[in-house]
Design a binder for this molecule. Structure first.
Ligand code: 1HN
Length: 345
């Protein structure tokens, strides 16, 4: 590729006049916005060990009452994007949220899509549009765009969960805002009960056509059982992975981010080929080494890490006798919509 003219090559008066008229020459910037073959990425591989987050989160519980926080969260920020921008990757926001016994995080709705992956504790619930979802370790709970949601805690130990939002994307498009609400009346009925069986969905046209997010809670016990069954029934399958889908459409549960659960067989090392999307890995059970570029992260339970797009990632189960279970989030639904999704061998 030939080198292109630089800004400094242009006479000062010409540059000044362009600037005054809000004009910019393309050629000095062309290779920056269109680099050869591989995009430039600000996303750095980052490991956030839970053992380092937890004491700081508990301290936040002492320092900042709910009334002063609304959501008591420590954001997992990627230094490559600038900490203040609160991005784990171009489109993903991550935060560890603490709710103490008796606390309530008030109802609101907003344009960004969110999910919660429960990390520790029992007794908390998230109510989404009137559906009260219990929160247990490994459960995935959706609060999609525009849905009222609030968190409550009737238990007796701290509850922590990982929030994953497409906030950076929604903020970037200047469409991010929230509306405060009232405490929700809890309605009867739970999507995770209605859709508990694979392969059958309610025939009712109402359920099938009118509810955009029919299932809001994906219990870990079911997801784990699905992975174990998949591993047993497809002994030759390399990537024992399931995708969290809308049970009515079979499509990704949310508009922009994709969510998956992966089981590594005892002793298994799995190479995920390079793909366009950044990825987030959160270890639910076991011990897994995550390797990308020059980084190797020895994840223990409740640890989280992220990896940039266009790089192969290898996940290795450190146990020779027990399986390991990983929650994964990525930006592939967004990439598919943009038409830029790719996997490279
Ligand atoms: C939010 O609504 C929650 O509802 C958590 O728990 C984190 C981060 C940014 C914007 C909205 C919640 C959030 C958030």
């Amino acid at each position: 590729m030939p080198a292109l003219g630089r800004l400094e090559d242009l006479p000062l008066d010409y540059r000044d006049e362009l600037q005054r008229l809000n004009l910019v020459p393309l050629w000095p910037n062309l290779r920056t916005v269109l680099p050869p073959r591989v995009p430039s990425r600000q996303t750095k591989p980052v490991h956030w060990p839970y053992a380092t987050i937890r004491p700081l989160l508990m301290r936040a519980g002492e320092l900042t009452p709910m009334e002063k926080a609304e959501r008591r969260v420590l954001v997992l920020a990627n230094p490559g994007h600038g900490l203040e921008n609160m991005k784990a990757s171009p489109a993903m926001y991550l935060g560890m949220q603490l709710l103490l016994p008796g606390e309530w995080a008030p109802s609101h709705r907003h344009t960004p899509n969110a999910v919660r992956m429960v990390v520790e504790g029992r007794g908390a619930t998230t109510t989404v549009n009137g559906e009260k979802c219990p929160m247990e370790r490994g459960d995935l709970i959706l609060t999609p765009t525009g849905q009222w949601h609030e968190h409550a805690h009737d238990g007796d130990e701290p509850v922590v969960w990982l929030d994953v939002l497409d906030l950076p994307l929604v903020y970037y498009t200047e469409t991010s805002y929230a509306i405060e609400g009232q405490r929700q009346a809890v309605l009867p009925g739970r999507g995770d009960a209605i859709y508990a069986a694979g392969g059958v969905v309610p025939t009712s046209a109402f359920v099938r056509s009118e509810v955009p997010y029919p299932m809001l809670r994906y219990p870990w016990s079911s997801t784990r059982a699905a992975l174990v069954a998949l591993a047993e029934n497809q002994p030759a399958l390399e990537a024992v992975q399931v995708t969290y889908v809308n049970p009515e459409t079979g499509r990704d549960v949310q508009n922009n981010l994709g969510f998956y659960a992966l089981m590594l067989r005892p002793g298994q090392a799995l190479r995920l080929p390079a793909r366009s999307s950044s990825q987030v890995f959160h270890l639910i059970e076991g011990g897994v080494d995550v390797q990308v570029l020059d980084s190797r992260f020895p994840l223990v339970e409740a640890d989280t890490c992220c990896t940039p797009g266009y790089e192969a990632v290898t996940l290795a189960n450190r146990s020779a006798t027990e399986p390991a279970f990983v929650f994964i989030a990525d930006e592939s639904p967004l990439h598919r919509k943009l038409g830029v999704y790719e996997v490279r061998a």
